[in-house]
Design a binder for this molecule. Structure first.
Ligand SMILES: [Zn+2]
Length: 316
């Protein structure tokens, strides 16, 4: 019998659910807007019924091993989502035990960046690596640290918040309430903030001036940089400096053999990898110089969250 894991990704906009084989094939996948579910209970009821139906439709050659859930502010120890700022579901939600009670399948939950990290370890480029860092560059900046072969969860289950380490205490206002977090610079929203600052603080010509300030996106900045737009390249350089700085600091703590970048900004390829690597090497302590590889994640973007969530089942 082939074993399957169910991966559930809870995002700010969509919830996805998929059935995944142990070698990372996504057999079934469904996505729904999270707005449909006013409460976590209504979501668990709906998803459990859906799972039951899908399992009935499966060939009898498959066996479900469990449910893995990736969620913002997910706590692996308790299987809870705790005060997630981007979700309407308030407070502390014991989602893993809710699913386990409803479906009878063993259920695990962790935060989305940690799920992606385990996904990279189980299915991706980090297979076999004992020490690595995964950095997800999306709307925010998430990260997962694997040391000595294990994901670091920390005392409370929230370890690995590289995006909320502080780059500049007098810097940009972060959603977390503090100032100058790496996330306010090295995310898709951060690079747009940088572009607006650069456009307003200079008269330098740029393709980006053809657009109204509110219509500037990270994709536009990328397109401009690809065409060798000087200002866009400066924006990338500035972003890479922040990222390289924070990666160099992170390396000093866990001594990884590789760092994987995942998500929107990572698709900028050399435009982000080259300067980030350059700055990281400049900032690294001598004992770590030229030892740490900076690579792109190999998880397919469209299924990464589900793969990561499902990987929780195999990892446990
Ligand atoms: Zn912050």
């Amino acid at each position: 019998m082939e074993k399957l894991a169910i991966g559930i990704d809870i995002g700010g906009t969509n919830i996805s659910l998929g059935f995944v084989t142990s070698d990372g094939k996504v057999l079934i996948k469904e996505s729904l807007p999270i707005k449909k579910f006013k409460t976590a209970e209504s979501f668990v009821d709906f998803a459990s019924e859906k799972i039951e139906k899908l399992v009935d439709e499966l060939d009898s050659e498959y066996e479900i091993k469990g449910i893995g859930i990736g969620a913002p502010n997910g706590n692996f120890y308790n299987g809870t989502i705790e005060f997630a700022p981007n979700l309407e579901w308030n407070g502390v939600i014991p989602l893993a035990s809710m699913f386990q009670n409803k479906t009878g399948y063993k259920s695990f939950l962790t935060n989305d960046a940690n799920a992606a990290t385990i996904g990279e370890m189980v299915y991706g480029n980090a297979k076999g690596l004992k020490n690595f860092i995964m950095v997800t560059l999306g709307t925010g900046v998430g990260s997962g640290f694997v040391a000595n072969g294990e994901l670091i969860l920390g005392n409370d289950g929230f370890a690995g918040e590289l995006g909320h380490t502080i780059f500049d205490p007098n810097g940009r206002q972060c959603k977390c309430g503090r100032c100058g977090c790496v996330e306010t610079y090295a995310s898709a929203t951060g690079i747009v903030r940088t572009a607006k600052e650069f456009l307003n603080n200079s008269n330098e010509s740029s393709i980006l001036r053809d657009y109204s300030e509110d219509s500037i996106t990270s994709k536009l900045i990328f397109e401009a940089a690809k065409q060798n737009d000087k200002l866009a390249l400066k924006i990338f350089d500035f972003t890479a400096n922040v990222l390289g700085f924070s990666l160099a600091n992170a390396v000093a703590i866990t001594s990884p053999e590789a760092i994987f970048l995942f998500g929107g900004l990572a698709h900028a390829g050399d435009l982000i990898f080259k300067p980030t690597k350059k700055y990281m090497e400049e900032y690294l302590l001598i004992i770590f110089k030229n030892k740490v590889e900076l690579k792109a994640s190999s998880l397919p973007e469209n299924n990464a969250a589900i793969l990561g969530a499902a990987a929780l089942v195999w990892d446990n």
